[in-house]
Design a protein around this ligand. Structure first.
Ligand code: SF4
Ligand code: SF4
Length: 328
């Protein structure tokens, strides 16, 4: 049987993850545990269940079918749906993911996060957007989760896209052996390389791993010559300090090879609902989003060093800038 991996989403018309219109493929499973993660459903490599409190009418059908006593008894829907309600439908420590409750729910309040798909099935979806790639310079972006943690599958998917002449981006946290990176980039046009923090201790504190292997891979990548867009999440009280970005800009220009551009990605809290659906108490709940306009000051530090820098990572900004340069 052909190999399958869990996919949490195939996002169409994405504009912030490489040039042009992209089809983003999100693999499930990542070796890092970034506490601010904007895609919490991609962290674990097993399927999970979303419980969408606003859709739940507390009918009790899920309770009837659960073999593990992992469903809380119904309460008044007005109480469970109230903002800030501590009520949770699933007792996750007892759940063995049999998914009977998902089948039993007639209100779409329960949903599986992580659908097993083959490379061919994904490429069929990606192919549907080909006309948009051709007009915008777009293509497929393989993201996650972490693609390097799924080497064989990622390699087959990227080479399959290449065989179809589809532009490819690899969105990676860089936490892998160099041989893994080396193999994947042979079928990649642009590497979107996440740089979470230069300080290894701080990196470990908020992602769960040291950064040495990541920085080494970034350095080696620049020597290979693959186009690299460094992506820096700007997280409150972690990576938002202006002096810190001065250091990062210096670090990037001192690498052995060239960085094509730097994208500053402001922390946001639009993902709050996903934490709620997964029954996770997010430590960034209530933390305000970083205002993108505020990061223009940070972006200037990179530009002063001769780097192309964006806030938000739009895949159209480079095109706009090039068009402007041609007009001069
Ligand atoms: S079956 Fe669905 S709507 Fe009914 S209680 Fe369970 S989750 Fe809520
Ligand atoms: S997935 Fe199975 S064990 Fe888990 S809550 Fe649903 S019915 Fe119960």
């Amino acid at each position: 049987m052909e190999d399958r991996e869990l996919i949490t989403d195939i996002q169409k018309f994405a504009v912030n993850d490489g040039p042009g219109f992209r089809t983003n493929v999100y693999l499930k499973g990542c070796p890092l545990r970034c506490v601010w993660c904007h895609n919490p459903e991609t962290i674990l490599s097993n399927p999970e269940i979303y419980w969408k409190r606003r859709l739940c009418v507390q009918c009790g059908a899920c309770l009837e079918v659960c073999p593990n006593d992992a469903i809380n008894p119904p309460v008044d829907p007005a109480l469970s749906q109230k903002e800030g309600s501590p009520y949770r439908k699933i007792i996750r420590s007892r759940c063995d993911l049999c998914m009977r409750c998902v089948d039993a729910c007639r209100y779409d309040a329960l949903e599986i996060a992580g659908k097993p798909m083959t490379v061919e099935e994904i490429l069929e979806e990606v192919e549907k957007d080909r006309p948009f790639y051709e007009n915008s310079g777009g293509g497929m972006t393989l993201s996650g989760g972490e693609p390097t943690a799924h080497l064989e599958f990622s390699d087959n998917l990227l080479s399959g896209a290449r065989d179809r002449f589809i532009h490819t981006c690899l969105d990676t946290n860089g936490f892998c052996g160099w041989s893994v990176m080396e193999r994947l980039i042979s079928n990649v046009d642009i590497v979107l390389f996440d740089l979470k923090h230069l300080n290894s201790e701080k990196h470990r504190a908020l992602t769960g791993v040291n950064n040495e292997i990541i920085l080494k891979n970034l350095s080696l990548l620049t020597k290979v010559g693959t186009e690299i867009w460094v992506r820096i999440p700007v997280v409150p009280d972690f990576s938002d300090d202006i002096e810190y970005h001065r250091d990062v800009a210096r670090f990037l220009v001192e690498l052995p090879g060239k960085i094509a551009r730097v994208d500053l990605l402001p922390f946001h809290n639009y993902c709050q609902h996903k934490y709620d659906w997964l029954g996770i108490d997010w430590i960034y709940s209530g933390v305000e989003a970083v205002e993108p306009a505020f990061l223009e000051i940070h972006a200037e530090l990179y530009r002063e060093k001769g780097l192309v820098a964006t806030v938000g990572g739009s895949g159209f900004e480079t095109n706009v800038m090039i068009a402007g340069e041609e007009a001069r």
